[in-house]
Design a protein around this ligand. Structure first.
Ligand SMILES: Cc1cc2nc3c(=O)[nH]c(=O)nc-3n(C[C@H](O)[C@H](O)[C@H](O)COP(=O)(O)OP(=O)(O)OC[C@H]3O[C@@H](n4cnc5c(N)ncnc54)[C@H](O)[C@@H]3O)c2cc1C
Length: 262
């Protein structure tokens, strides 16, 4: 089974500044980590490989420092890693990100299964996996909570439909996005750290893609414009009432009438 796992480096803190002019997150110089949801995606692939053989490749799109998450994936057991990094990819919204990663997948060549995390802890849209599948013209299943059976030409999985569970069989090649807790992610191993510290990480950019049309990448390829980013304001007024229960219930009745709720 040839698998590709998409992993993203995200801020390790929620104190991230936004460039007031471009609306782009200022990611330089801040603490980063692997998107926690992607640990579950990687663990799923490693479990499948242990059972059925094959290989696990990881793919990340981001600045050069994203190599760190690929190194971490190597320490957990990934066989190969590729970083999609190019200034022309900067400022991508979900559409441009999905297109860029789908081009990276094409660069990898043959695969049976792509596994993504359910969502990220920064962008948080949960759309990249399904959009990539559309660009690659392959079926996808989101919110996968369990792998029921791995067959030669298909995989049977359980998906969470929020008010019901569905068991679905899907043919390869396909893409799944997995829920957290599908499997408990293993810790990076010190032995593998030593074995893989000089392991190559291929870094590719726009010039290496099949589609080199600059209009489809980064800010150029992003139809969504961030107009303003701000913390939600809390403008609710609070009143504290004192007195016995009769006084308070009378005040409550008056207030409800004043607000025209009764
Ligand atoms: C309206 C809007 C505007 C935005 N504008 C900007 C902006 O101006 N500047 C900016 O920096 N960001 C911006 N973002 C955030 C950026 O677009 C997202 O971080 C990016 O598109 C990935 O989406 P996501 O984080 O929501 O991923 P999700 O869809 O939540 O991720 C699902 C899964 O897809 C995979 N995945 C996602 N991203 C990557 C990646 N980079 N590499 C590998 N795998 C990945 C992972 O497996 C992940 O678990 C914007 C987002 C939105 C919604």
């Amino acid at each position: 089974m040839e698998m590709i796992v998409c992993i993203k480096q995200v801020p390790g803190t929620n104190k991230v500044e936004v460039d007031p002019v471009t609306g782009v997150l200022k990611r330089d110089g801040i603490d980063s980590k692997m998107n926690p949801y992607d640990l579950f995606a990687l663990e799923t692939a490693l479990k499948i490989k242990e059972e059925k053989g094959g290989s696990v490749k990881v793919l990340s799109m981001g600045p050069p420092q994203s190599k760190e998450v690929i190194r971490e994936a190597y320490m957990m057991g990934a066989d190969e890693g590729m970083l999609l990094s190019d200034r022309k990819f900067a400022g991508a919204d979900v559409l441009a990100t999905s297109y860029t990663i789908s081009q990276g997948v094409r660069k990898y060549g043959k695969y049976d299964l792509i596994i993504c995390g359910k969502q990220t802890t920064d962008g948080d849209t949960a759309q990249v996996g399904p959009e990539m599948a559309e660009y690659l013209d392959i079926p996808h299943i989101a919110n996968v909570t369990d792998i029921v059976e791995i067959k030669e030409k298909s995989i049977v999985i359980k998906m969470d439909m929020s008010n019901s569970m569905q068991v679905v069989e899907v043919k390869y090649p396909c893409l799944i996005t997995v829920e957290k807790d599908i499997f408990e992610p293993r810790l990076p191993s010190y032995r593998r750290k030593l074995e893989t510290e000089n392991k190559e990480i291929e870094v590719i950019g726009l010039k290496d893609f099949e589609d080199k049309d600059e209009k489809k990448y980064g800010l150029n390829g992003s139809p969504t414009q961030v107009e303003r980013i701000f913390p939600p304001s809390h403008d609710k007024k609070q009143e504290v009432w004192e007195g016995n229960s009769e006084d308070i219930s009378n005040k409550m009745t008056d207030k409800l009438k004043e607000l025209k709720f009764v």
